[in-house]
Design a protein around this ligand. Structure first.
Ligand code: NAD
Length: 313
């Protein structure tokens, strides 16, 4: 099987690295030249629990070098998805399965503008990874990580099952799951209700959940999101989800979410596909979700004012 990973960041390198241990033809495609050069010269370093494994894998900035693949994984952040997919068309043939496990709501719609819906498989993953520098990632969740997928249109065919088997042979736990839409909304609750507030307050999970006002904020955010999800045909129990989020936070007290890392690194966050996307759905359904609206506005202001922030007395 020939695989192309478009967006060789934290997650793209995690998928690509695991697959390249098993397969001959795995390509990483990224616009970051230094990263691509480092991978071609020294291999990709996948660090798991302090141990670094150098994995030989092909990397390029040009999707045309790769050509048509059996499996293409789109793994950029939302802002880059459109450009990445347009370029990746050089890697997509009639036979290609195109997978997205990107967070939030919105990436799928962009991909479906350019790629036939029959080819697209979408889902959600509990795997985690951090890009440490050119050619280096740190896998934060691997063995216990699970990835749930389902085709955007119709039932899983032979090509899709083949692609899922390939991930599983590489040691990643990929599961065909018809309830993937529900899982995506649950992850939205986690990201919008916990990860984003952690970025606003600049706290890790453990310190956040000690604050009763913070927990109340999470509860209100989740309650609004569950209302919107119901209008989109997904039924969730707000109290159960709130409890699950608190339990997850308890299990990873030192965890710093990607939204927090984005804010600390003065980068754009993925707020537009998280609370922002939920706000858009609420507007379409003529309901108001004030807690999510305020959280969205705060992150937007933070993103726009990195250069003017008062840090000292
Ligand atoms: P990242 O920022 O580490 O990687 C994105 C990569 O895309 C970068 O290397 C960037 O150079 C590259 N890129 C940008 N424009 C491109 C283009 N036009 N063509 C090719 N490459 C391009 O991001 P990430 O953390 O790997 O996240 C990717 C997706 O996975 C996001 O939707 C994120 O929410 C989701 N996700 C991340 C994690 C995690 O632990 N990091 C976990 C679950 C889901």
């Amino acid at each position: 099987m020939k695989v192309g990973i478009v967006g060789a960041g934290a997650m793209g390198c995690l998928f690509g690295g695991f697959l390249a241990r098993e397969l001959q033809e795995v390509w990483l495609v990224d616009i970051w030249k230094d990263h691509v050069n480092q991978i071609n010269e020294e291999g990709l370093c996948v660090r798991i629990k302090e141990k670094c494994e150098a994995i030989i894998i092909k990397a390029t900035t040009n999707p045309k070098d790769v050509g048509a693949c059996d499996l293409v994984v789109i793994s950029t952040k939302y802002d880059s998805t459109q450009d990445a997919v347009k370029d990746a068309l050089a890697m997509i043939s009639d036979e290609t399965v195109v997978v997205t496990l990107q967070n939030g709501l919105g990436n799928l719609d962009i991909i479906a503008e350019f790629v036939d819906e029959e080819k697209i498989v979408y889902g959600v993953t509990t795997l985690g990874s951090i890009l440490k520098g050119p050619g280096i990632i740190e896998a934060t969740v691997t063995d216990e990580g699970k990835t749930y997928l389902w085709p955007l249109k119709g039932e899983p065919n032979g090509k899709i099952r083949n692609a899922i088997d390939t991930f599983n042979h590489a040691g990643l736990n990929f599961i065909l799951s018809p309830d993937v839409k529900e899982r995506i909304w649950k992850k939205l609750c986690l990201n919008a209700g916990l990860s984003v507030p952690l970025a606003i307050f600049r706290l890790n999970c453990g310190d956040y959940i000690k604050q009763s006002h913070a927990l109340e904020l999470t509860r209100c955010l989740v309650s609004e999101i569950v209302t919107v999800a119901a209008m989109e045909g997904v039924k969730l129990d707000p109290e159960l989800i709130y409890q699950e989020i608190v339990e997850l936070a308890k299990k990873a007290p030192d965890h710093r979410t990607s939204a927090l890392l984005d804010i600390l690194n003065h980068r754009k966050t993925e707020i537009d596909v998280i609370n922002g996307a939920i706000l858009n759905k609420a507007k379409q359904n003529n309901i108001s979700i004030p807690y999510n609206s305020v959280v969205y506005s705060i992150i937007k202001v933070l993103e726009n004012t990195y250069d003017y922030r008062i840090e000292d007395l």
